[in-house]
Design a protein around this ligand. Sequence first.
Ligand code: FAD
Ligand code: NAI
Length: 462
Amino acid sequence: MDEKYECLVIGAGPGGYVAAIRCAQLGMKTAVVEKRKTLGGTCLNVGCIPSKALLHASEKYEDAALHMGNMGIKVSPKLDIKAMMKHKDSVVGANTKGIEFLLKKNKITHIEGTAKIIESGKVTVGKNTYEADNIIIASGSDVISLPGIEIDEKKIVSSTGALELSEVPKSMVVIGGGVIGLELGTVWRRLGAKVTVVEFLDNILPGMDNDLRKEARKIFEKQGLSFKLSSKVVSAKKTAKGVELALEPAAGGKAMKLKADVVLMAIGRKPYTEGLGLDKAGVNLDERGRIIVDDFFETSVEGIYAIGDVIAGPMLAHKAEDEGVILAEMLAGQSGHIDYNLIPGVVYTWPEVASVGKTEEVLKEEGVDYKVGKFPFMANGRARAMSMMDGFVKVLADASSDRVLGAHIIGPGAGDLIQEVVSVMEFEGTAEDIARTCHAHPTLSEVVKEAALAVHGRPLHV
Ligand code: FAD
Ligand code: NAI
């Protein structure tokens, strides 16, 4: 037996490393096992952070090429893709090193290697065995592909390969019009690729409010993304030049061909539990391979817990983090609770798309009596000054109590603007609360206030 810990965390992604930090803050002797060379999991290494670095850089490039001239700044940008990738890698490096620092600062033991659970309280990493009062599985998720289509990370890439292309493909087909498809499709479109998104459903961004989905598609089309909706890819054949795809209407019918230099597979992710030894340990999975947990994040085996992408719920870094914090606090004898309805979702395209709470479609389905307030960025002075007038804020409130039930934003800074509504909803606030709160002028946040005023039919600036 090598060491004994009060808490041993498997996986150093946002779920795992945050759980470990909180456990250590609460006085538990804590270790984190990570099989990757660098810490931070999917999010920091091949997810949130590198994708945002490329989204930001490519946005600047497109601004310089297309938009800055309108404000009197005439430039002709020259793309250096190698340097852009180097910038992205250095952002990733700084962030992953930051987690190393945080583990050290909190006196958390970092064990490098692949963890396997032997039984409750016992984990092996290579030849070493560790004992732990509590084991937290935060092993995250992995990419999925379509049957018969192999991801080679060169011509047929997952998000990981799409973050590392060494040159701009002339053409790219993205399979899946969800978050990854739109974010990374946007990056490569901005850098010069002709991008076509193939989506199985009749619109992009399933699960979001229909008004947002419609507006997002309209704007992305205007920017140059092409969409093939209600379509499914049935086969992909690699050729000397690229990939040849066969597409069929989702409902079945005549197939058509589509060629591309690079294909990005972005049809969702699956929970990652390989090599953990869950079967032998008696940890139960659901029909989608997710670890089943109770309200205390405990699995079917006492003393073994799970959080983040490997359990049910949205696959988001902040959801994994919140679960990590709450679980650590519960292990320390405190109580905790997450309102999953209040986890915001943001798509970091331009404009950004952000959502919290219920969509209008869900409220209808649930038979809730609600009111809608909508306000366009077009009527906001700051948005005009920034020449960023696409989009709107939509606030949904209960018709009798006025409690905010959801907010859906497409527009500049949507990912930051949504946070005000998240806080108001967390405090069970009303549309009137937002409308009566003083919002600085001229800011984009005034659009949120105006949308709240619009719930009661009294917006000021339209
Ligand atoms: P992960 O981050 O996946 O970490 C799990 C870790 O466990 C991994 O490092 C893995 O190596 C390790 N591990 C697994 N098994 C073992 C084992 N047996 N032993 C040791 N280590 C093991 N979310 C957002 O909220 N915002 C975004 O902008 C965003 N952008 C994204 C962009 C992309 C391209 C992708 C792919 C994802 C993005 N996500 C985003 C999702 C986000 O990355 C995940 O929700 C988040 O990383 C989940 O955290 P986690 O801790 O559950 O798992
Ligand atoms: P997703 O679930 O967001 O989108 C997948 C899309 O593919 C859906 O629109 C679906 O209808 C479509 N699809 C499924 N099968 C298909 C098929 N055979 N043909 C055509 N289309 C098909 O999954 P995505 O984009 O892969 O992202 C995975 C996870 O990563 C998401 O759960 C997301 O939460 C997370 N993520 C979050 C980000 C953020 O918060 N900004 C950014 C990137 C990823």
